[in-house]
Design a protein around this ligand. Structure first.
Ligand code: ATP
Ligand code: MG
Length: 430
């Protein structure tokens, strides 16, 4: 017998009722983005490989070992997008969105990285991200960070910590990089293998190492702050002042460097301790050099991305955002005539009560089996149509969540009763 085909490792299904959490989560996040004047941009999931190597950086984890890169039938090297920023910059340049404009954009969708799947880490995962172009000052950084705070609060996450750092200009980072290499080279043998390799390729990434021995060595290392240029120092101080002024708490994390090469000046992450090593739910910062790197005119830019799987995991731990039930009302129908009348009734109720979630029983069966399904659907009320009701021109109404008898109501009054129960105003045609 042929074996069943399973999903690909790291590519997961999202099933009901968790999909309802996703919908509410997305709707709330979209509403806040909209409220800050951000507009949605929809981007392809496949780009030319070069786009990512040129923007994210050749010696980053993503480009070195995480990309899904393939040759298509024309022999072009293409890559499933590992993140959204590069494609967003590409699209802005391609369509001239940066000419005398400062677009505020958001995007959402699947991203692909070949990592070791574990809790909060998938190979296909989903992000909502935003980018702003053409604004260099700390004012937009502050507003964007406050927007992310509002987004997290809107989905009930109040125990995530905002971490901030400044990476300075490429020049100041270069000077720091040298100092860090000089310091760490003395302890080369004590570094983990990854960090030893990074000492040559991308030493700043060592700061990010999750290995305890390496972190201990870093305690005495020079810090980036000592190498910041004055303009970046001022920019960072002004950002902090603005956050202080509105009472937004944060902690400065001098080792926060972010995994992508393109960041400079402001970087920030929202971190929780509830997801183990996968604790970052939102990450972002400034990337003033990328537009030029991709062939545009020098344009400042700042953005962030949130990992939706991690947000959903936290929400589910918090008892969820939404009811997991399937319907408000379950329509029980006994017999052929009732089934036909029931369809008419259901359609009328859908006209009269917009938003009512009505699940009509299909497939026949006894009262008992239908009520079992009604109960399982999570509906509060059951409507019942059988011979007696048809003969009387009534419909039975039973509260499935409270004790009490089934009561009968005239057919033409039932919409009003349900509207009252669920707080829905009856929709009138005129
Ligand atoms: P990490 O250090 O956890 O690997 P990262 O620095 O690679 O994160 P970013 O590229 O900044 O992550 O992506 C922004 C957010 O997207 C992360 O903070 C996280 O919430 C989410 N994310 C990144 N990679 C994954 C993944 N493989 N699976 C699920 N979510 C992810
Ligand atoms: Mg990563």
């Amino acid at each position: 017998m042929p074996s069943n085909i399973r999903s690909v490792r790291g590519f997961s299904d999202t099933l009901p009722p968790v999909t309802a959490t996703w919908q509410v989560l997305e709707a709330r996040l979209h509403r806040i983005l909209d409220g800050y004047g951000y507009q949605e941009i929809r981007l392809p999931q496949v780009e030319k490989t070069e786009l990512f190597s040129r923007s994210i950086g050749e010696v980053t984890d993503i480009v070195e070992k995480e990309m899904y890169t393939f040759e298509d039938r024309n022999g072009d090297s293409l890559t499933l997008r590992p993140e959204g920023t590069a494609g967003c910059v590409r699209a802005c340049l391609e369509h001239g969105l940066l000419h005398n404009q400062q677009p505020r954009l958001w995007y959402a969708g699947a991203m692909f990285r070949h990592e070791r799947p574990q809790k909060g880490r998938l190979r296909q995962f989903h992000q909502i991200g935003a980018e702003v172009f053409g604004l260099a000052g700390p004012d937009i950084d502050a507003e964007m960070i406050l927007m992310t705070a509002r987004m997290l609060a809107a989905i009930g996450l109040n125990d995530v910590e905002l971490q901030l750092n400044s990476l300075g200009t490429p020049e100041s980072r270069q000077a720091y990089r040298q100092a860090l290499v000089d310091y760490l080279s003395e302890f080369r043998d004590q570094l983990d293998a990854d960090s030893q390799r990074r000492l040559q390729t991308n030493p700043l990434r060592i700061l990010d190492s999750k290995v305890a021995e390496t972190q201990a060595l870093l305690d005495q290392a020079p810090t980036l702050e000592d190498y910041l240029d004055q303009a970046s120092r001022d920019h960072f101080a002004e950002l902090r002042e603005r956050l202080d002024a509105v009472g937004q708490p944060y902690v400065i994390n001098p080792r926060l460097v972010r995994g992508l090469d393109y960041y400079g000046r402001t970087v920030f992450e929202w971190v929780t301790h509830r997801l183990g090593a996968q604790g970052t739910v939102c990450a972002g910062g400034r990337y003033d050099g990328v537009v030029e790197q991709l062939g545009g005119r020098s344009t400042p830019a700042v953005g962030f991305a949130m990992g939706l799987e991690r947000l959903v995991a936290l929400i589910e731990e918090n008892q969820g955002l939404v009811r997991a039930d399937q319907a408000d009302v379950y329509l029980v129908l006994l017999g052929n005539a009732a089934e036909r009348e029931g369809l008419r009734l259901a359609e009328r109720l859908r006209n009269d009560l917009p938003g009512l979630r009505l699940l009509m029983h299909c497939g026949g069966g006894s009262f008992k089996s239908q009520f079992k399904r009604a109960d399982r659907s999570g509906a509060q009320l059951a409507l019942v149509l059988a011979d007696q009701e048809l003969a009387d021109g009534t419909v039975g109404l039973k509260n499935l969540r409270e004790s009490g008898e089934q009561r009968s109501h005239p057919l033409d009054g039932i919409a009003a009763v349900l509207g009252e129960h669920f707080g829905i105003t009856i929709h009138s045609e005129d």
